[in-house]
Design a protein around this ligand. Structure first.
Ligand code: ADP
Ligand code: MG
Ligand code: MG
Length: 246
């Protein structure tokens, strides 16, 4: 069952075209990996799907759950079930991690959340991520290390249960243990059979224990190759040279 269909997408950032007619289809529950050299446009694709207004879509379409997304603002897309974890998560003084996630879930579902079961669930998810429960009461990302910020992103993923999660280099800059923990969190999300993933990454470490349905290589704003999970290993070994010279 088709979840996301990106068709002939062109995107401009500050008057410069970054994506030149990109095509990508993700079905319900599938895990896709997006790789490509720095500056290829990977984050641009994520931002365009999320509806970040700095990324101007000048052509093509993005259909999600059978509906055109392009006319919808960011908050509606989140409500529809799209989540993106950021390369550099923001620090937000004055709102605790738990309250931030609680209001995000309330906004998404339109329902008031009962605190007791919510606390129980968030602590369970924090255990998967090896986060001390005291972090729930701390201001969002304030004074968090790089690894803790990334774990906080995955915690949001586990609590929000989106239909499509875009993870933008969630593993970059993390030590081996933190990558393993983040990967465990993603694996937990994969257990929900309906949740699809678009994982943007430079490394194969986060993918080791994850099932991958498809891999896409993005170079200079277009997808130059699609393959299965084995394409990840090939790129890891040989880099992007053969795609860049094609
Ligand atoms: P990747 O994630 O593949 O490394 P990006 O999508 O971040 O690549 O960037 C693609 C190109 O678009 C780069 O040349 C980058 O400088 C430019 N770009 C992306 N976002 C912005 C922005 N917010 N403002 C200006 N230029 C941007
Ligand atoms: Mg990059
Ligand atoms: Mg990027």
């Amino acid at each position: 069952e088709q979840l996301l269909k990106v068709k002939d997408l062109t995107v401009r950032v500050e008057e410069k075209e970054i994506l030149h007619g990109l095509n990508l289809t993700i079905n319900k529950g599938e895990t896709h990996v997006l790789m490509g050299p720095n500056g290829a446009g990977k984050s641009t694709l994520g931002n365009a799907i999320m509806g970040n207004p700095a990324y101007e879509v000048t052509g093509g379409s993005i259909v999600f759950k059978g509906e055109e997304l392009l006319s919808k603002p960011v908050n509606e897309r989140a409500k529809d079930g799209i989540f993106m974890s950021f390369q550099n998560p923001l620090e937000v003084p004055g709102i605790s991690l738990m309250n931030f996630i609680r209001s995000a879930v309330e906004q998404k579902t339109g329902e008031k959340i009962r605190l007791f079961p919510f606390r129980k669930e968030i602590f369970k998810a924090m255990d998967v991520l090896q986060m001390d429960h005291s972090y729930a009461e701390r201001d969002l990302n304030v004074g968090f290390s790089g690894g803790e910020k990334k774990k906080a992103e995955i915690l949001q993923l586990l609590m929000l249960k989106p239909s499509l999660a875009i993870l933008d280099e969630t593993d970059s800059g993390l030590d081996v243990d933190a990558v393993r923990t983040v990967s465990k969190g993603v694996e937990e999300y994969q257990k929900d059979k309906d949740g699809a993933l678009l994982i943007i990454t430079h490394s194969t470490r986060i993918l080791e224990s994850l099932h991958v349905d498809a891999t896409h290589v993005l170079v200079n704003g277009t997808i130059v190759e699609d393959g299965d999970g084995s394409l990840v290993d090939e790129i890891n070994e040989h880099g992007f040279e053969r795609f860049e010279n094609a």
